[in-house]
Design a protein around this ligand. Structure first.
Ligand code: PPS
Ligand code: ADP
Length: 210
């Protein structure tokens, strides 16, 4: 059987073929003992996305899962180092992260992605790209006032002083998810309880059996 498949696409490059993998996604799922999926943490700066993504990642890793964390600050140093915080750049940021997440999920990983991802349309775009079962939206719902009190990087202070423009929640929009798979209220519960809320969702919905 030929390892090549013709694909229809709107991409600029033409005459491309898809090379079929000799180790399939299902082979990887069977070897890992869990599904591949992305936990898409979305919320304001300082809401707790990175903290919770890392806490979830640690629990899953300790239980033997294949995992990875994709984090806004880190990815913007490398892959997305050419992007700023205009609306268009944020759209492109999320598009690229969506594609990277798709590759990691295809590799069988449980990926924790921590990006503000302020626009509902972009989160829906990533959901469509991955498919509903592979995309778990985790709304890290922390009131702006609480994020500002925490201000772990001192960015709200700078934004209020006008030193940073287009800061999410101050002079740039954040569109709250309407029906996330997991809704977390960090001002009401501890990091440990919140992280287990995500892990329990994965367990209860057949992503893991451990
Ligand atoms: N203008 C502005 N608005 C929001 N955030 C800003 C801005 N400038 C710098 N930062 C820092 O960049 C981090 C957010 O990057 P993201 O890639 O998650 O943003 S986005 O999804 O493209 O909106 C964000 O990290 P978190 O605090 O972890 O969310 C900030 O540290
Ligand atoms: N329940 C909670 N979940 C997550 N973070 C919390 C919680 N309670 C307090 N925090 C604190 O809030 C801050 C969140 O910062 P961070 O994880 O960098 O947010 P973000 O990635 O959304 O910008 C950290 O200092 C963290 O210790």
């Amino acid at each position: 059987m030929s390892p090549y498949k013709i694909v229809e696409s709107d991409d600029k490059s033409t005459d491309l073929m898809w090379h079929l993998a000799s180790v399939s996604h299902q082979d990887r799922v069977a070897a890992n003992g869990h599904q591949g999926a992305v936990m898409w943490f979305t919320g304001l700066s300082g809401s707790g996305k990175s903290t919770l993504a890392n806490a979830v990642d640690k629990i899953l890793h300790e239980r033997g899962a294949s995992t990875y964390v994709l984090d806004g600050d880190n990815v913007r140093h490398g892959l997305n180092g050419d992007l700023g915080f205009s609306d268009n750049d944020r759209v492109e940021n999320i598009r690229r992260i969506g594609e990277v997440s798709k590759l990691f999920v295809d590799a069988g990983l449980l990926v924790s992605s921590a990006f503000i991802s302020p626009f509902a349309e972009d989160r829906t775009m990533v959901r469509r790209l991955l498919g509903d079962k592979k995309f778990v939206e985790v709304f890290v719902d922390t009131p702006l006032e609480e994020c500002e009190l925490r201000d772990p990087k001192g960015l709200y202070k700078k934004a209020r002083a006008g030193e940073i423009k287009n800061f999410t929640g101050i002079d740039s929009t954040y569109e709250r998810p309407i029906s996330p798979e997991v809704h977390i209220k960090t001002a009401e519960q501890s990091i440990e309880v919140n992280a287990l809320q995500v892990v329990d969702y994965l367990k209860d919905n057949g992503y893991l059996n451990f």
